[in-house]
Design a protein around this ligand. Structure first.
Ligand code: SF4
Length: 259
């Protein structure tokens, strides 16, 4: 079997720049559509009442203003890393409304869904970190995918990671040690259903999840409003097989939220 990726060979973290740029373009399009939505019907509205085009125009202007201000606020929040105004609510807007729009926008521009999702995860992390949450160790849950465990390992760590014999052939060892050091909950889940079950059982205040961009995106969506920090796994042998994660990244993310 080829050796697992060594320390220092992990892929570069995804950038939120792409998501921010597409957010700007989407905002301009939304404003354009709002304008068209106002302009076309108002041509006939004046026949009903002469003031009607002005009133409808004001409503559409307010909607456009909200779209532009919301986008500006999101950009400033992620740029300064500070909870300027309603970051939690803004994260909901990004997850529920902007992500589907931006995925469509990316499709039109020939950008793959996975690239958009990677950038979305980076944007989401930035918004969660902007909230400057400080959470007690026993309310943090580290959620890992099963594929981080070496496929040849005969120990079943799902449900009880401390069964790991710490042989060091996969990253489960470093992650189990990390969880023990900080006294945080850690679970290995075999899929989305089990991950949801673990979250319901443990009722964490913050989840630090490791997965591929697809699972992280659906996990972040499903868990909202629960804050989730997502860390992408590396897949040197293809998807869902002997994947890797930089334990130092998890350590740094933990330290940024631990009370
Ligand atoms: S570190 Fe733990 S989980 Fe990984 S191969 Fe060794 S015993 Fe198995």
């Amino acid at each position: 079997m080829p050796p697992l990726a060594s320390k220092g060979t992990y892929q570069k973290p995804p950038q939120k720049r792409l998501f921010v740029a597409l957010m700007g373009v989407t905002c301009l399009l939304v404003v354009g559509l709002i304008y068209l939505g106002w302009y076309i019907p108002t041509m006939g509205l004046a026949n009903i009442h002469p003031d009607l085009p002005r009133i409808v125009g004001m409503v559409f202007a307010v909607l456009s203003g909200i779209a532009v201000l919301g986008t500006a606020l999101l950009v400033l929040t992620t740029a300064f890393g500070k909870d300027i105004l309603g970051t939690k609510f803004m994260r909901g807007v990004v997850i529920k409304f902007l992500l589907p729009l931006i995925e469509q926008m990316g499709k039109l521009c020939g950008i793959s869904k996975d690239t958009i999702r990677q950038s979305f995860v980076a944007m989401n992390n930035s918004l969660v970190i902007s909230q400057r949450l400080k959470v007690k160790p026993d309310r943090i849950l580290i959620l890992l995918p099963h594929c981080l465990q070496l496929a040849e390992c005969e120990i079943k760590v799902t449900g009880e990671i401390n069964k790991c014999m710490r042989c060091g052939r996969c990253d489960i060892m470093g992650l189990a040690d990390l969880a023990q050091r900080y006294q945080v909950d850690i679970s290995v889940a075999t899929g989305g259903t089990l991950a949801r079950k673990v979250i319901i059982e443990k009722r964490p205040k913050l989840v630090l999840a490791v997965a591929c961009e697809r699972d992280l995106t659906s996990g972040i969506k499903d868990c909202y409003p629960l804050p989730v920090i997502g860390v992408l796994n590396d897949r040197p042998f293809g998807p869902c097989f002997n994947t890797r994660v930089d334990v130092e990244k998890i350590d740094a993310a933990l330290r940024s939220v631990l009370a």
